[in-house]
Design a protein around this ligand. Structure first.
Ligand code: NAD
Length: 249
């Protein structure tokens, strides 16, 4: 197990789902972790939590500064906070487009910009962003969400180019449908949650949902200073969806 002893990490959206799994994984490997989230109730012992809305620059600047002070610096930023949006281009109005892009895309820019001075001072700095298979696959009824996650992949590459020579690596993960409270909420809203779950599972090449721990393992892999020459990549965590063409059973 890679040691993150001495590593100071900031995780947005770290109170639930994938972010909570990343937080737990970093903690278990010896990192000091600060979580920035809308609500920071119930975080594990040892984690410092800051109530923060990544859609708001003042909130982000305040929380990142407080986290950096509490941790004594920042080596790793995991930009994971995000929200979903359903529908075609005809279904979301301008307000909804701007709300979701403001969280999923501009939120990453805000948190990263606030953390940059601290990352530049780190010996081994890494940023890992959470994108999605929606960035690379045309999912029906996910126009706005897909656009936001495609932008995360492009932003990841651009940030990687801008900051490589400063010693900051920037990568992202592209999870498939993952078993988190987010997906649980979607299932609860379905007419037949059990049937909807089976349908979601059947869509995955490996016949099951991705786990939050599996996504976290890939986030930690990309954050690991041992991968010092890996920057600008999108790591698919999708049961092979991005590259496999399976015969039906
Ligand atoms: P989740 O809803 O369980 O957790 C998301 C967390 O982000 C929550 O704690 C929430 O409070 C926080 N958050 C939301 N808006 C925020 C804001 N404005 N400021 C600060 N924090 C905010 O969801 P999850 O499934 O763990 O998703 C985490 C990330 O993974 C998201 O970026 C999502 O787009 C991405 N993702 C999820 C899946 C999936 O199937 N679950 C698949 C691909 C990508």
């Amino acid at each position: 197990m890679t040691s993150f002893a001495g590593v100071r990490a900031l995780v947005t959206g770290g109170a639930s789902g994938i972010g909570a799994a990343v937080t737990a994984g970093l903690l278990a490997r010896g990192a000091r972790v600060a979580v920035l989230d809308l609500s920071v109730d119930g975080l594990p012992d040892g984690v410092v939590g800051y109530r923060c809305d990544v859609a708001d620059r003042a909130s982000v600047n305040e929380a990142v500064d407080a986290a950096a002070q509490a941790l004594g610096g920042i080596d790793v930023v995991v930009n994971n906070a995000g929200v979903g949006a359903a529908g075609t281009v005809a279904d979301n109005d301008d307000e909804e487009w701007l709300r979701v892009l403001n969280i999923n895309v501009v939120g990453i820019a805000r948190v990263s910009a606030a953390a940059l001075p601290h990352l530049r001072a780190s010996a081994d700095a890494a940023i890992v962003n959470t994108a999605s298979v929606a960035a690379t696959h045309g999912l029906p009824q996910r126009a706005l969400y897909s656009a936001s996650k495609g932008a995360v992949v492009a932003l990841t590459r651009a940030m990687a180019a801008d900051h490589l020579r400063e010693g900051i690596r920037v990568n992202c993960v592209n999870p498939g449908t993952a078993d988190t409270p987010w997906v649980a909420r979607l299932l609860e809203a379905a007419a037949d949650p059990a049937a909807e779950r089976l349908a979601l599972e059947a869509r995955q090449p490996h016949g099951r949902l991705v786990t939050a721990d599996e996504v976290a393992a890939s986030v930690l892999f990309l954050a690991d200073p041992a991968n010092g020459s890996t920057s600008g990549v999108s790591l698919a965590v999708d049961g092979g969806m991005h590259s496999l063409l399976l015969r039906p059973d």
